[in-house]
Write a protein that binds this ligand. Structure first.
Ligand SMILES: Nc1ncnc2c1ncn2[C@@H]1O[C@H](COP(=O)(O)OP(=O)(O)O)[C@@H](O)[C@H]1O
Ligand SMILES: [Mg+2]
Length: 382
């Protein structure tokens, strides 16, 4: 089994492919984040190649134009608005023998776009943050920012995430899973499982798709009357769904970043309850840019505790580069982990960069550290 450290010639700047957009429901957020990353990458140190993935999965060359990648009023940006050709495509060679990116257009000779030294997958959700893209980059032998295949997949699947946390002794709240085959075989029995869960743990319930993100498909259900619609809504996003009991308490999150000597935790942040929205949902997160409190006013002991738990979550899932770990601080002072995000919201006003800024790492340094961590990492098994 060979394992080589990535190298590029000393007289050439490392070339970063910023890959963004994509097929998930978080397409627009990804574009916004990529705009900020493009703005922050130090061009004296790195060369940049922006590659947008359209909502139907086409890899396209896009303008290196961060201004057009922001939210304008309530108007969300998309890769379709940035592509330079309606039918051109970008190919990454899926062989470690070459890192040469190729541009193709129907009827034209393929054009070499030069080598890529590292990919920054600024992608959220399925086909970006879930291990699929990471698998492709492993095949290609190209280093990339963030979690590898397994950690990405664990971070995307709320069932397996909980199972991993439980097995590593992290505190997890009560939940129940309904798998697709189970639902198909006997929906009434599956529904009864949920009703029994509510009987044991009480209403309200949170009904969630197992693999989504940005609160998509999540409903808080107050009683039996809302259950069927909530199940159907979650299943529209993923045939596998979870129910959880409501965790009462404060929402506190913590960033983890890989330094030269290993992962470190940021100061935590508190996400205050959003009154206009029933919970911290898509609109609250991205359109109204809900203002988290950094650092979270929880005192030194709780801060130390959440930092330990956040690094433990990073290690439990075998994360790399970065993770944002989200917790509830319950009324009796205990932390319960809700989830990790292996590619958390990453615009300068997003919680992860804000927590690092408060810890002393400014946004451009954050981007640089992530790229450096990826370039340091050997390709192949590690
Ligand atoms: N069990 C729960 N108890 C209380 N609030 C919850 C619970 N699960 C989710 N929420 C609320 O819903 C939001 C989104 O849920 P989350 O599991 O983080 O999904 P996503 O992956 O879409 O971010 C959380 O930030 C929190 O505000
Ligand atoms: Mg969340």
């Amino acid at each position: 089994m060979s394992s080589e450290t990535s190298t590029q010639s000393p007289d050439r700047k490392p070339r970063v492919a910023v890959v963004f957009g994509g097929r998930s429901s978080e397409h627009a957020i990804s574009v916004v984040t990529a705009g900020a990353v493009l703005r922050a990458i130090d061009r004296t140190k790195y060369e940049v190649l922006p590659i947008g993935i359209t909502t139907d999965g086409r890899w396209a060359l896009t303008a290196d134009d961060p201004e057009r990648m922001a939210i304008a009023g309530r108007e969300l940006p998309s890769v379709e608005d940035l592509v330079e050709s309606a039918d051109g495509g970008v190919l990454l060679p899926v062989t470690p023998a070459s890192r040469e990116v190729v541009y193709t257009e129907p009827g034209a000779v393929p054009k070499a776009l030069g080598e890529v030294d590292v990919v920054f997958p600024v992608l959220h959700g399925p086909y970006g943050e879930d291990g699929t893209l990471q698998g492709m980059l492993e095949l290609a032998g190209i280093p990339y920012v963030g979690a590898g295949v397994l950690a990405s997949a664990v971070g995307q699947d709320k069932e397996y995430m909980k199972r991993v946390f439980i097995s590593f002794g992290l505190p997890v709240g009560p939940y129940e899973v309904i798998r697709p085959r189970e639902w198909q075989a006997d929906p009434a029995a599956a529904r009864k499982k949920i009703v029994d869960f509510a009987g044991e743990h009480g209403w309200p319930l949170f009904v969630k798709p197992a693999r989504a993100g940005s609160s998509m498909g999540i409903t808080k259900v107050d009683d039996l009357s809302g259950l069927d619609e909530a199940i159907a809504e979650a299943q529209r996003h993923d045939p596998k769904i979870l129910v959880e009991s409501l965790l009462r308490g404060r929402e506190i999150e913590c960033g983890v970043l890989e330094f030269e000597d290993g992962p470190r935790a940021s100061v935590p942040a508190e996400i205050p309850p959003v009154s206009a929205h029933d919970f911290y949902d898509f609109e609250a997160k991205y359109i109204d840019s809900a203002s988290g409190i950094v650092p979270a006013p929880i005192g030194e002991d709780a801060t130390r505790r959440i930092q330990e738990l956040a690094v433990a979550a990073f290690e439990a899932a075998s994360c790399e580069g970065l993770v944002r770990a989200d917790f509830f601080l319950t009324e009796d002072g205990e932390f319960v982990i809700n989830e990790i995000n292996t590619m958390p919201g990453f615009t300068p006003i997003s919680m992860y960069p804000r927590m690092w800024q408060e810890t002393g790492v400014e946004y451009p340094e954050l981007v640089d550290r992530l790229l450096q961590a990826a370039l340091r990492r050997p390709t192949g098994l590690r």
